[in-house]
Ligand binder design. Structure first.
Ligand code: HEC
Ligand code: HEC
Ligand code: HEC
Ligand code: HEC
Ligand code: HEC
Length: 296
């Protein structure tokens, strides 16, 4: 029995993305399809940084507040169904960026399962849904799908070709054409309101700010150059800021935000012998991010 159980576990872990053309119907099924735990074996440093990133908790919200809960509760949003069991993928426009794998590999039964988990405030189950390695290195790795074709099921996309990759399922790595470009991140980091939904949704708009207020003013760096500088030889997958790490965030802010305050104090002689103390304060706050802050 024990042997059988471990067989089943290995099998689940290895289920490739939509291998059988079947769509995930539960949180566990979708999590298993995109599970990246095995990447840790060989990419330990990258995995450890990613695990602490916001991408690894993309449905949890600040302080694990399960921010999508209102969408599962009747009457609270225009998307909310009467009953969580009636939720569909369209109930959660947020999946476009917070869980894009749901749109290609799950069906409405999954959305209902997720809505029920939200109503139950089941953090343990919801936290299994993450923007994993496979999401960025496969699902979101190609944007010109008409010319380049969709991501191939057994290929990962990286910064170079690797003919024989040791992973048990992704046996090959191809050089992706956007991995070092801002648009890779821009797919989810937002241009403005998402007008394609029946009720437009606006969340992150930072990529719009990058395009229109940084690049257009002569900015030259890609998101990756600022956010994924190498740490111990590997592209930093923490992709800071990590808002749960106050010390780290404070350091970033100290390094990137400067404040120049100039003051001049004087006495104003309003009328004879009536001196009024006055002060002029000139404050200039500068930040050197490639976009507005804060966003979202
Ligand atoms: C058994 C070990 C092993 C496992 C498991 C493994 N990898 Fe790799 N991976 C490697 C090695 C070794 C290389 C480097 C090959 C080279 O440089 O020639 C590599 C290269 C890569 C690259 C390309 C690096 C570049 O420079 O662009 C990516 C992306 C990648 N792996 C992602 C993953 C992901 C995601 C997983 C889990 C789904 C994974 N790997 C699982 C060993 C592994
Ligand atoms: C266009 C892509 C996109 C869509 C659609 C989207 N989000 Fe977001 N959301 C992001 C990104 C990227 C961040 C983090 C970066 C930022 O805030 O600039 C974020 C951050 C958040 C945050 C703040 C951080 C946190 O975890 O608490 C909340 C809350 C949030 N989203 C809720 C939602 C909800 C609810 C929906 C659906 C109604 C939604 N988002 C739809 C991309 C999106
Ligand atoms: C949010 C998207 C995203 C996620 C999630 C993600 N990656 Fe990456 N990864 C990238 C991008 C973008 C690059 C290219 C960085 C560059 O060119 O500067 C990259 C580069 C790499 C590289 C090669 C570059 C190097 O210098 O180390 C490896 C290997 C890799 N990733 C493995 C992983 C593994 C393993 C995971 C999961 C633990 C993972 N990635 C999760 C976006 C992502
Ligand atoms: C698949 C969609 C997706 C991609 C691709 C993606 N992100 Fe994110 N990113 C998100 C979401 C969603 C969040 C917010 C998660 C949460 O709710 O905390 C986030 C959070 C972040 C944060 C943490 C700060 C914050 O306000 O939450 C940074 C920084 C960030 N992303 C930068 C990047 C960069 C740089 C890239 C490209 C290398 C990238 N992201 C690619 C979806 C994505
Ligand atoms: C010139 C360097 C630079 C470039 C280019 C850049 N960023 Fe940033 N970004 C920063 C710095 C510095 C911060 C930290 C400021 C702070 O603590 O909020 C930041 C903060 C963020 C945040 C947190 C936003 C918030 O609410 O404070 C997100 C998300 C993010 N960047 C994503 C991106 C994405 C996506 C791109 C590309 C489209 C990008 N960045 C390009 C330097 C850069």
């Amino acid at each position: 029995m024990k042997f059988l159980k471990s067989l089943v576990v290995v099998f689940l872990v290895m289920i490739p993305i939509s291998a059988f053309g079947e769509k995930a119907k539960t949180i566990e099924e979708l999590a298993a399809m995109y599970d990246s735990a095995r990447c840790k074996e060989c990419h330990a440093e990258i995995y450890a940084r990613w695990e602490n990133s916001h991408h690894a908790r993309s449905l949890m919200g600040v302080q694990d507040g399960l921010m999508m809960t209102p969408l599962a509760i009747k009457g609270l949003t225009p998307f909310s169904p009467d009953d969580p069991a009636q939720a569909t993928l369209a109930t959660f426009p947020c999946f476009k960026c917070h869980l894009p794998q749901a749109l290609v590999a799950a069906d409405d039964a999954f959305a209902a399962d997720y809505a029920k988990a939200l109503v139950a405030q089941d953090k343990a189950r919801v936290s299994k849904l993450r923007i994993t390695c496979i999401v960025c290195h496969n699902t979101k790795a190609i944007i010109h799908r008409l010319s380049e074709g969709p991501p191939e099921a057994d290929v990962l996309y990286g910064s170079k070709d690797v003919a024989a990759h040791d992973d048990e399922f992704f046996k090959k790595i191809k050089k992706g054409s956007i991995m070092d470009h801002a648009i890779m991140c821009g797919q989810c980091h937002g241009l403005g309101p998402n007008l394609e939904f029946e009720n437009p949704v606006q969340c992150a708009t930072l990529y719009g700010s990058y395009e229109h207020n940084y690049i257009s003013k002569g900015g030259t760096q890609q998101c990756q150059e600022c956010h994924m500088k190498k740490v111990d030889g590997f592209a930093d997958h923490l992709i800071a800021p990590n808002w749960n790490d106050l010390e780290g965030t404070k350091k970033i802010l100290l390094d990137t935000i400067t404040m120049d305050v100039q003051t001049v104090g004087y006495d104003w002689l309003l009328k004879s012998k009536d001196w009024k103390p006055m002060v002029v304060v000139n404050t200039k706050i500068n930040q050197n991010a490639g976009h507005r802050i804060p966003d979202g």
